[in-house]
Design a protein around this ligand. Sequence first.
Ligand code: NAD
Length: 474
Amino acid sequence: MANVPITVAHGDGIGPEIMAATLHIIQAAGARIDIETIEIGEKVYLSGNSAGIAPEAYESLRRTKVFLKAPITTPQGGGYKSLNVTIRKTFGQFANIRPCVAYHPFVDTKHPGMDVVIVRENEEDTYAGIEYRQTQQVEQCLKLISRPGSEKIVRYAFEYARNYNRKKVTCFIKDNIMKQTDGLFHRVFDEIAPEYPDITAEHWIVDIGAAKLADTPEAFDVIVMPNLYGDILSDVAAQIAGSVGLAGSANIGENVAMFEAIHGSAPRRAGQNLANPSGLFLGAILMLVHIGQPDVAAIAHNAWMKTIEDGIHTYDIYAEGVSKEKVGTKEFAEAVVARLGQKPEKLKPAEYKAADLSKLGQTSTPVLQKKDLVGVDVYLDWSAGSANDLAAILEKTNGDEIKLASLNNRGTKVWPDGSPETFCSDHWRCRFLGNDGIHHRQITNLLNRVSEAGLDFIKTENLYNFDGKAGYSV
Ligand code: NAD
């Protein structure tokens, strides 16, 4: 079988040591790879490249489509862009995968039975970086969830589950509150789940789901969620597994997939042959499955588990009474290599099949719905009185078949029939509805009248019905 070209970056701090150990193990296990090396991180940043990655490096990534990345040091001081964010956005890496596994009784953990994989959407949600200051008092961040984005991540979660012999996919969502955005994610989950009848599908509201995950992680298998929840809960899950230094992760997209440890470059430990290479090594296991070498992944992973079982531990997981021998990075790697061909006796041996990437990034054909403009929300920066005062001013701007229907302040209706107790900021949502469908011209005319009334409109949101159903929170 032909070798698979991969791009490797040795990174900063402990990066070069843990990368050398990782490559040594997987090559000894028979990995069929051709390595292209690129430079990223501190040196590149300090040479004046604010992204920390040279343009030539992109050519290698585009060529190989597979990136094994050691941690890097982001220099102190402003102006340096996160390399992970740059790569994620450049290559459309929509999925972040983080297995969080307890290695009880060999590594200390609060949750002996834990074996959870967090599948986090990686491109959307509140992380699009679209934020505004609109008034003296209020700032806004847009949360964007798309149907294709949700389809890609949900399908990836089910494909991952099938590929890794997992039995259940759980969706974490807050659609009792965010009925539109999280509602879409949930609907997509419900649509795709029946295509995988061999896998149980369930959903939890994220707050109680997170509590359950922290308390009883054994109840979960694969969990898929939008970006923000996934960002927070993947850290919680890795921490409670007790394996922050032992966790690898993958960023997956159709163009380039990136595999790494979840920890950083630990500069204080660098150059001393101390660091645990296991996080990066377990990232490399995900890579081997991804590039179709499940046989090598299983051999290497089983030897690694046997080493952990045998109590051969680096300083970070070494514990008197449990561990047998405290070793350095190189000696740990040699211990794993010496166990190639062996299987763990207590931990569950790894069995892998090659990742099926045929559905990676697949989305459904868009079904176009009839879209009708029915009104507009005009947002105002205003602090000259009460909701009733503002309504009295705005009612004078009614006309042209478009009319003030309600006022909201920070999401609470304050007119008509508001409560005098509701605190009002200087940020008002003024909803105008047409009698029976409206045109853009009616909105621009309305805005002229609002402006002539001396009001500062800070943004508008058009209100649409889709196939007759309101496409806005009512
Ligand atoms: P860190 O993960 O580097 O270190 C946190 C703690 O864990 C330290 O005590 C460290 O010694 C220990 N540790 C981490 N990895 C270890 C390993 N493999 N073996 C043994 N001990 C290990 O986090 P930090 O100190 O906050 O950040 C250091 C640098 O890493 C910063 O410049 C940060 O920007 C960068 N960073 C990079 C990445 C990445 O490249 N993906 C991720 C996180 C942080």
